[in-house]
Design a protein around this ligand. Structure first.
Ligand code: 3EB
Length: 348
């Protein structure tokens, strides 16, 4: 294990109550290495468990992987249920559903993956989803008469309805990306308290998209704000693209798509900080940038680094993955999370 000191974003806070805080680290690992004591997370790069999205930056050795790991103190239990493997300490839970979508198709695989996730949560004190990360091969491919992303949306929404979870207002924060092969992977993070869902005033809520984008709308909120212990709040910003209202903007222009995505990210961040009552700087968040065409990396990176501050922690620690965005015309998508610190106590 070889933690990048520069990307060690672990909480320094210690719990004062009986809730062990949730924290995060983005790590560089040797292939096959695990991070002891973590709840788990999403890997990319050289790992059998990794998402099949090539890492465009930072440069990795052939035997290296990047892990976005969620951590919390206490006794960890690893369990399996159906397609889901998960780890929990009773306060926080991270898991992943992995299913081959080749047999029964994307709709069935997605519905099944989410049904397994909800069955796990129903049997736990951690019943509330904070954030989901969805990865599906060939997301823009037409199969059996409809695009695979649309089939995914139908299976996802149905799974929420099947267990009477809201598929509209209050949906979890999420992203959905197209990988270069591999099974359906649904990573999820859950806690004991429901997060606050945040929308973007510049965009129609995704769960209210008109049916021109598919018969079943995508089930996600633009962001979620969750208490993570010791007075801190985690802000999870969903995958954010060049969409205004419900329409894709700047077709074919990757520079302007990146700028529009960052304008949307700032709008969601503003809505969230208004709700939290405390700010979080763009330069202090942790980003994943999804790049459809590897050749667009230099332009996307230039625009992104200018927005978050050249040389900032955000610019230094961002990762760029080669992946398909869920609308064929979108060239870039950016997601972020960060921690909003408690208001400083008065010295008096
Ligand atoms: C969008 O705004 C772009 O289906 O879970 C972003 C984040 C997108 C999440 C999802 C899709 C999803 O519609 C795509």
């Amino acid at each position: 294990m070889n933690p990048l000191a520069s990307t060690d974003l672990a909480s320094q806070a210690r719990p004062s109550s009986d809730t062990p805080p949730l924290s995060f680290r983005r790590l560089r690992l040797a292939a096959g290495a695990a991070l002891p004591g973590s709840l788990g997370g999403r890997g990319v790069g050289a790992s059998a468990e990794a998402v099949a999205s090539p890492v465009l930056a930072p440069a990795l050795g052939p035997q290296e992987a990047l892990l976005d790991a969620w951590l919390s103190d206490g006794t960890l239990q690893s369990q399996q249920h159906g397609s889901v493997h998960y780890v929990t300490n009773g306060h926080w839970l991270h898991g992943c559903a992995v299913l081959d979508d080749r047999d029964g198709g994307v709709h069935a695989a997605t519905q099944r993956a989410y049904a397994d996730v909800f069955a796990v949560l129903a049997a736990q004190p951690c019943t509330h989803l904070l954030r989901l990360w969805n990865y599906l091969a060939d997301i823009n491919l037409e199969a059996d008469g409809s695009e695979r992303y649309r089939q995914f949306n139908a299976g996802r929404q149905q799974a929420f309805l099947d267990v009477q979870r809201s598929a509209f207002e209050g949906s979890p924060a999420a992203c959905a990306l197209g990988t270069h092969g591999g099974p359906l992977r649904v990573y999820f993070l859950a806690g004991r308290m429901p997060p606050v869902a945040i929308e973007n005033p510049r965009q129609v809520s995704a769960y209210r998209y008109p049916d021109t984008y598919g018969p079943r709308a995508p089930t996600f909120s633009r962001a979620a704000l969750a208490d993570v212990g010791h007075g801190r709040q985690a802000l999870f910003i969903s995958g954010t693209a060049s969409i205004v209202g419900h329409q894709s903007m700047h077709l074919g222009d990757v520079r302007r798509q990146t700028e529009e995505s960052l304008t949307n990210l700032a709008a969601v961040r503003d809505a969230a900080t208004a709700r939290a009552g405390r700010p979080i700087a763009a330069s202090e968040m942790v980003y994943t940038v999804y790049v459809r065409h590897a050749t667009d990396l230099p332009v996307i990176r230039e625009v992104f680094e200018r927005a978050v501050g050249p040389g900032s922690p955000a610019a230094r620690d961002a990762i760029y993955l080669n992946a398909d965005i869920c609308r064929a015309e979108l060239l870039v998508e950016i997601e972020a999370h960060g921690f909003i610190e408690p208001a400083a106590r008065s010295a008096t």
